[in-house]
Design a protein around this ligand. Structure first.
Ligand code: GLA
Length: 735
């Protein structure tokens, strides 16, 4: 929603300042393949298919297609767009997002390109694209028809050029100016919030003007606070910083709009964000045991299980019924050892501190089925992308141990970017210089009671262009075993070059079968996470091929469109989830994300983040935190430590919620739980407040009498209420 609002405000800006823009949303043609002739303005593209640039090419008749494709558009660029712009020297061409890399030709001239690592167009660099060119560049044909030709290369998963921001406009005075709203909110007494924002530019122009700030109630539209300062001055290297506080009347998100108006040019820039509100109650000092009720390990393989418990420290841990071969460290709560005999071992766990004690029944299932509840952990990709390194992984592990493992979080997974360029002479995979000691790092993670995950591709190269496991599957599984790896994400990527162009089901399964049998030779449990973006409806065969989870979609990003588009389309795969094998709608986009060295606050609103965690928990998805763990703000921490919400994800029945109601502005999803209860998500998918309820006579509630608001951890009288735009009410019902 924030994005829509910004868009609206930006449109407002165009009208106010008169800096017109030419839409590039309609009229595109698409061809799959590659030819140098396709950049030429004279090429006849009439026979090409009409392209819809709001969606990937997979959704336009090219399922599972990876490789080159071209988009062409004939468009008149009127010189009138220069007239009202304050600055008239450059033109900006915005092309939505490109998945993954591109070259842009205007009337046959290459005016820009975006490649992956080392400029190689074949390595992944998915993301938004805008190209700036001088207004006097002879490639632009003012007031005449221009031909824009975009050569796109997709490395894997969804591909093409798609998104919402497609236009040409003058790069006016506010181009290159932005509000930096990335600092964390601070929380005072009585719902009061504070924050510092900055207006930043790299332009040398001296901006002087007013900054106004309004807080709006999104339900009524009423402006509840408005402030203005005349002293906003900034230029390159000297941002304007401003600290504000305000008291929120209710526990909900408000809209804050910042508007800067430059006095000399009269041009304005606006941005809107929402305010956080925390629902998760503060932790009690008395002990409480959290996490799943069951944990599976193969016989003869090492057990590593940290009993997740909260309460005033120090805590003392005990376990009754531990099978021989296992021991529990009473001070850390870490269970280690090996059990040779298959069986279901019922344990009674007890945790004590000076405020009291708590017990919990727990089952250790020694057998072939592992990953009995969805993995809870962290993965480096959505935060650091290819810039992940040893230090960042250690920071995440330390933070997880300090703040999250007490709630059941346990995996520290390194995604792409750890691999060397070359194997050793005897074919062994080695890490690159960012990971000087992989075994040492794994030992460190294990020492904290956590588990370690790694990433590879069945192809010769990973999506990021690093070494994959092609023809070295046994070597790699052996190395992972030696390092002590507990989880492997196996990403199709360049396997597209090995498999035939339109692989059939057997061909899609093959690389996963090969690695499965290699992993089976390791003498430890390694959860196997398939990443091939849902090709061939993987949910129908992922379990049979030995996957513990499988991605059902292309890559997520931190927008409402992406998150809700993925989350609300999971019903088809839902019946196939079960203990040991789960659908994976991709990793979480809460907290500070960035897919590279510089991070930003997720662009999801706070209500959208509640929706994200609620929906993923209802779907029994692996929950893999994708943010910088070194800077977990208070809100994000509250999202990730609500034990009643996590319990829905970790429910031992392992079923996924089903879509129960789907209407234009709302949806209801229902998940069956092990204790005979249900978890129900009422989602407001509209842009305005709505009251959404299920009446007590609704079939889903028949026989249920106890209702609980899970985020607030409070019993409630009825299932429903007023729900914020893109927000949720997550409810647990019992008989
Ligand atoms: C693909 C996957 C992502 C990530 C990157 C790494 O895009 O879908 O989750 O692993 O590759 O390059």
């Amino acid at each position: 929603m924030k994005k829509n609002l910004i868009l609206l405000l930006l449109l407002g800006l165009f009208f106010k300042a008169g800096a017109q823009n030419v839409s590039l949303k309609k009229g595109w043609k698409l061809a799959i393949g590659d030819s140098p002739e396709w950049s030429s303005p004279g090429f006849d593209d009439k026979g090409w298919q009409n392209a819809d640039v709001s969606k990937s090419w997979e959704l336009q008749g090219h399922p599972s297609y990876d490789g080159f494709g071209w988009y062409r558009l004939h468009v008149v660029i009127p010189s009138s767009i220069k007239e009202k712009a304050y600055l008239k020297d450059s033109l900006l061409i915005s092309l939505g997002s490109i998945d993954d890399n591109d070259e842009v030709y205007l009337n046959g001239t290459l005016i820009g390109k975006y490649g992956g690592r080392g400029g190689d167009i074949k390595s992944s660099h998915y993301g938004p694209r805008s190209y700036k060119i001088a207004a006097n560049n002879p490639a632009i044909l003012w007031d005449r028809e221009n031909v824009l030709a975009i050569r796109v290369y997709d490395t894997g998963g969804d591909g093409g050029m798609y998104g919402s921001n497609f236009n040409v406009h003058m790069a006016d005075i506010m181009e290159g100016v932005h509000f930096d709203t990335n600092s964390d909110f601070s929380y005072g007494d009585k719902n009061s919030l504070g924050k510092s924002i900055k207006i930043v530019t790299a332009n040398r122009y001296a901006y002087k003007g007013t900054l106004s700030f309004t807080v709006t109630d999104p339900e009524t539209g009423a402006v509840i606070l408005s402030k203005k300062t005349d002293t906003a001055h900034f230029t390159a290297g000297t941002p304007f910083s401003w600290w504000f506080t305000f008291s929120a009347a209710k526990k909900r998100s408000y809209l804050i709009t910042y508007t800067f108006k430059d006095r000399r040019s009269g041009v304005e820039l606006s941005e809107t964000e929402t305010t956080p509100y925390i629902l998760t109650p503060a932790l009690a000092k008395t002990p409480k045991i959290n996490g799943a009720d069951v944990f599976g390990v193969r016989p003869g393989h090492p057990v590593l299980y940290l009993i997740p418990a909260t309460g005033l420290k120090p805590l003392t841990y005990r376990a009754k019924g531990l099978p021989s071969g296992l021991k529990l460290n009473p001070a850390t709560g870490i269970i280690t050892g090996v059990v040779d005999k298959e069986g279901s071992y019922p344990l009674v766990l007890t945790v004590t501190n000076r405020k009291g004690s708590a017990t919990k029944k727990f089952t250790l299932a020694i057998g072939d089925n592992i990953g009995l509840t969805p993995a809870l952990g962290w993965n480096s990709w959505n935060a650091w992308g290819l810039s992940v390194n040893d230090e960042k992984v250690r920071t995440s592990a330390r933070e997880m141990a300090q703040r999250l493992s007490a709630h059941g979080w346990s995996y520290i997974n390194i995604d792409d970017g750890w691999e060397a360029e070359k194997r050793t002479d005897d074919g062994k995979i080695v890490a690159n210089s960012k990971f000087p000691d992989m075994k040492g790092l794994t030992d460190f993670v294990h020492g904290l009671g956590l588990r370690m995950g790694i990433y590879s591709s069945p192809g010769p190269r990973t999506c990021g262009g690093y070494l994959g496991s092609w023809q070295h599957e046994d070597d790699d599984a052996l190395t992972y075993g030696e390092w002590g790896i507990d989880y492997l994400k196996y990403d199709w990527c360049s396997y597209g070059e090995i498999a035939p162009h339109h692989p059939n089901l057997d061909e899609m399964k093959k690389p996963y079968q090969v690695m499965r049998s290699s992993l089976n030779k390791a003498s430890r449990d390694i959860l196997f996470s398939f990443c091939q973006y849902g090709m061939g409806d993987v949910w129908n065969w992922g379990a049979e091929v030995g996957g513990n989870s499988w991605r059902t979609t292309g890559d997520i990003t931190d927008t409402w469109n992406s998150m809700s588009g993925i989350g609300f389309s999971q019903d088809k795969a839902a019946p196939l989830a079960g203990p040991g094998h789960f659908n994976d709608p991709d990793m979480l986009v809460v907290g500070k994300v960035g897919w590279g060295p510089s991070l930003h606050n997720t662009r999801l609103t706070f209500d959208e983040q509640y929706t994200h965690i609620s929906l993923w928990s209802l779907l029994s998805s692996p929950l893999l935190i994708g943010c910088d763990m070194g800077h977990l703000d208070r809100f994000t921490l509250s999202l990730l430590t609500n034990d009643e919400v996590i319990a829905i994800d970790q429910d031992a029945l392992g079923k996924s919620a089903r879509q129960y109601i789907k209407k234009d502005g709302y949806q209801v999803w229902v998940k069956e739980l092990k204790d005979g209860g249900k978890a129900i998500g009422l989602f407001n998918t509209a842009d305005k407040y709505q009251t959404i309820s299920l009446s007590k006579t609704n079939a889903a509630l028949k026989g249920y009498t106890k209702f609980r608001d899970v985020w607030r951890q409070q019993n409630i009288a009825a299932v429903g209420g007023s729900i914020a735009p893109h927000g949720v009410l997550l409810i647990r019902v019992e008989k």
